[in-house]
Design a protein around this ligand. Structure first.
Ligand SMILES: [Zn+2]
Ligand SMILES: [Zn+2]
Length: 375
């Protein structure tokens, strides 16, 4: 993968398919052999442009090319990188929910406490989207007084200390300067109101502790440690303010064979030595169903196939699936099988394998030893 097709076409790595198309047309016209008879350099350039276009104009081939460009050694080794860094608590979210910052007329210090609960869902539920229900205990605003703590929700008078403003001004003198600062009124705790008759149901506190059931949708593509914000579903305010919010943090359970990073899926696919040598078709699982993957002849261990559109799908994005093939080496062979394998090895392997031959020649010239010599 030595050639940089993006450079050849003179486009950015993030170029759209349309940009690639128009840039290709421009260059193809410029270097067309008809315009440069007997010019070998132009002919080579024209060939290169076509080669680059053939890959970059095909989204599937482009995904594979991009992968190999970023992972130059990927075709030689199996296994996943250390994948720990998935989306964190604060990363994705406001897009999932209608949760916006508070803009109410209440003062911030009268708002009830926010609550956080965690739920675990399966890998496939997170990928496909699902509906879940949580049952949790919270301070619920008293229905009788609507959370105010006053009888019928109306039995108030104006706080005398702050005259209903909820705040008190303090004046401090230091030398010739005078500083004026404001503090929350301690009598009414910033509400500006005082209860005349307490609500009989909640005794004036404005809330009761109760079990709350809440059903909500988790959108397709939710990642581990993402959260859903439910406005007003936290604890009731002790001061008649608006209730706090509920954050439901989603823990996504690991999958048997898929690993995930953002919207991309990673799968290790065990194949037989025979399939690697001679090629074949394998039904590869994806989120919804299986699809047929062509393993070409001569596939090396650790080769990665990038398949666009087979990753995680959300409303905004569709990921790629990276399938790493892993050639399984048999561990229990009969005597007859071992004899066949020895015969095969002598006949074929060293003669056909250019890598083994190159390695053998290098070791032989440096050490005078054939590393594959059986004696
Ligand atoms: Zn007051
Ligand atoms: Zn009440």
């Amino acid at each position: 993968m030595a050639k940089d097709y993006y450079k050849i076409l003179g486009v950015d790595k993030k170029a759209s398919q349309d940009e690639i198309k128009s840039q290709y047309r421009k260059l193809a016209r410029q270097y067309h052999p008809d315009l440069h008879p007997n010019d070998e350099a132009a002919a080579n350039k024209f060939k290169e442009i076509n080669e680059a276009n053939e890959v970059l104009s095909d989204p599937q081939k482009r995904a594979q090319y991009d992968y190999e460009l970023e992972n130059p050694y990927a075709s030689g080794q199996g296994g996943f990188g250390g994948g720990s860094g998935f989306g964190d608590f604060s990363s994705i979210f406001d897009m999932f929910t209608g949760g916006f910052g508070g803009s109410g007329s209440r003062k911030a210090d009268t708002k009830g406490a926010d609550r956080t609960i965690e739920i675990s869902i399966s890998f496939l539920d997170a990928a496909k989207g699902c509906t879940k229900e949580v049952n949790y205990s919270r301070k619920e605003p008293c229905a009788e007084c609507k959370g105010t703590g006053a009888k019928d929700g109306t039995s108030f008078k104006v706080c005398e200390k702050c005259h209903g403003t909820g705040q008190i001004q303090y004046t401090t003198n230091a030398f010739i300067f005078q500083t004026v600062s404001t503090k929350t009124c301690p009598d009414c705790r910033g509400t500006g109101k005082k209860i005349i008759h307490k609500c009989s149901k909640c005794g004036g506190v404005g809330y009761s502790r109760s079990q709350t059931k809440l059903k909500f949708d988790i959108p397709a593509g939710a990642d581990n440690k993402s959260y859903i914000k439910k406005r007003g579903m936290g604890d009731a305010s002790p001061l008649g303010g608006e209730p706090g919010d509920l954050y439901v943090v989603i823990n996504v359970e690991p999958h048997k064979f898929f690993k995930r990073k953002n919207y991309d899926l990673y799968l290790e696919l065990p194949i037989s030595y025979k399939t690697a040598v001679m090629g074949g078709k394998i039904a590869v699982p994806s989120i919804d169903e299986t699809f047929m993957l062509d393993i070409p002849e001569g596939t090396q261990n650790g080769k990665v196939f990038a398949i666009r559109g087979k990753g995680i799908k959300s409303r905004m994005q569709v990921g790629t699936m990276y399938v790493t093939v892993f050639i399984e080496v048999p561990t229990k062979l009969s005597r007859a099988q071992k004899e066949m394998l020895t015969q095969y090895d002598t006949d074929l392997e060293i003669k056909q394998s250019s890598k083994m031959n190159a390695f053998k020649n290098d070791v032989q010239s440096l050490y005078g030893v054939n590393p594959y010599d059986k004696k």
